[in-house]
Design a protein around this ligand. Sequence first.
Ligand code: ADP
Length: 196
Amino acid sequence: MFNIILFGPPGSGKGTQSEKLIEKYGLKHLSTGDLLRSEIASKTPLGLEAKNFMDKGQLVPDEVVIGMISSALDTNPHVPGFLFDGFPRTEAQSEALDKLLKLKKTEIGVVLALIVTEDELIKRLLNRGLTSGRPDDNNEEVIRARIVEYHQKTSAVAEYYKQFDKVVYVKGEGTVDEIFELLTSEIDQRNQPVTQ
Ligand code: ADP
């Protein structure tokens, strides 16, 4: 199994690159943002709780997302690996993920961190808001709150994985294909091929 964390601030292109990476490597995509939005769409109690945080640009409580990831790991026992997108977002989530993976006798292979300037992030998110239908992309104040959450809580995730020498920084500006090339070359250097 080869498990990847795709890491970076909101708007850094994690969703776009995830789609391409899961196709190339056959990984199971676990996006906590997507999982939460599907809970909201189904109006579950978890979704209703999460929505209050998401609409304000704040992180959803750790225990909620950790529980969601734990059940997603259990329901996908036979995949070649997981691609985590938007998770972990705090140090507590990182520690919890390591424990869950250890129980499954596996670990994180690499943390790919996308680097994008703040001006570019805000531009991309406002642009996405025109078509995504996501309330948190429509409002510059909420976008700025998400970036503040990223700096206050999420950037610690890269620090956490640096102690295990797992973090690789990749330039997240350029064409989608250029960035994809950079990501796949990092993956292929660290992993024996997981393609079918
Ligand atoms: P983006 O990375 O563009 O902000 P996501 O879809 O990953 O978009 O996340 C949207 C929102 O969902 C976040 O602002 C946050 O409120 C919530 N969320 C997603 N993943 C997590 C997580 N791992 N921990 C806490 N909250 C999360």
